[in-house]
Design a binder for this molecule. Structure first.
Ligand SMILES: [Fe+2]
Ligand SMILES: [Fe+2]
Length: 273
């Protein structure tokens, strides 16, 4: 495990001078996708403390969270912010982010964590599936080479995070003798929540700075977020997302084939708004 993470990429590995501005600067939809992701990633440290508290005593988990997970998530935020600054320098990132953070901090509460450690690990698997899906879709949605490169690197990290959380999940599931029923409940609930509060909060604050006169225009903000969801949906690789979501259920292959269709419908519904 440490061997893999030791070679983690750096922001300097990205060549911002290669950005094909004409392919990305006029695309407002990409602007919103990249900028709202940069906000949520940059706020990762708020969440890390809650998780570290929740898993206190389990050094393997808390060490990984503090030494790998948090720095990597924060790096995602920094890299995305650097990209935004290169392509849309007129956007006042710091001011907008401050507003976002003030509101976002009220969402990251310990009581929002799942009731048991195994279920929280399930929820983390769903969240990492969501972010991996988002960045894979972002990479597919653009032919701008630097953004494609960045989104691909981040997606790889998110899959790697998923793998760690999944391994921890198995350990806790064993200890807690957790039923599949409860795991399904958590997966379902968290999948529905994937695009909700965090994303909405980020989009609203990006709009506030980008188009202040539209900040209170709920219809406009909804339209933006619908367009963003549609980009994710059309570029979604449903197969790998499904596989990741279903893995914690540890179902026999036969059963997996049977429930694949309803879950796929469910996923479509989630990104349909
Ligand atoms: Fe991330
Ligand atoms: Fe992640």
């Amino acid at each position: 495990m440490p061997g893999l993470e030791a070679e983690h990429w750096k922001i300097e590995d990205l060549d911002f001078s290669r950005i094909a501005l004409d392919k990305v600067r006029p695309d407002e939809n990409l602007f919103y996708l990249v900028t709202s992701a940069s906000f949520i990633e940059s706020g990762s440290d708020l969440y890390t403390h809650n998780l570290v508290d929740f898993f206190r005593g389990d050094d393997e988990v808390t060490d990984w969270l503090s030494n790998y997970w948090e720095p990597e998530e924060l790096q995602h935020g920094q890299a995305l912010r650097a990209y935004v600054r290169h392509v849309w320098p007129e956007f006042e990132w710091d001011t907008a982010y401050r507003g976002f953070l003030e509101e976002y901090a009220t969402y990251c509460k310990v009581e929002l964590l799942a009731p048991t450690r195994a279920l929280e690990m399930t929820a983390r698997c769903v969240v990492e599936t969501g972010t991996a899906t988002y960045y894979r879709a972002m990479a597919r949605a653009t032919d701008e080479p630097v953004l494609h490169d960045l989104a691909t690197r981040i997606a790889t990290d998110e899959v790697n995070h998923y793998k760690h959380f999944y391994r921890f999940f198995r350990r806790y599931r064993e200890q807690e003798k957790l039923s599949r029923f409860r795991v399904v409940g958590t997966i379902g609930r968290r999948t529905l929540e994937l695009k909700s509060e965090d994303a909405d909060c980020a989009i609203r604050h990006v709009v506030k700075a980008r188009a202040p006169h539209r900040a209170d225009d709920t219809a406009y903000v909804q339209q933006l977020s619908a367009r963003m969801n549609s980009t994710i949906r059309t570029n979604l690789s449903a197969g790998s997302t499904l596989k990741m979501l279903m893995r914690p259920l540890e179902l026999p292959a036969r059963v997996q084939t049977v429930i694949q269709y309803p879950i796929k419908q469910f996923m479509q519904h989630v990104f349909l708004r």
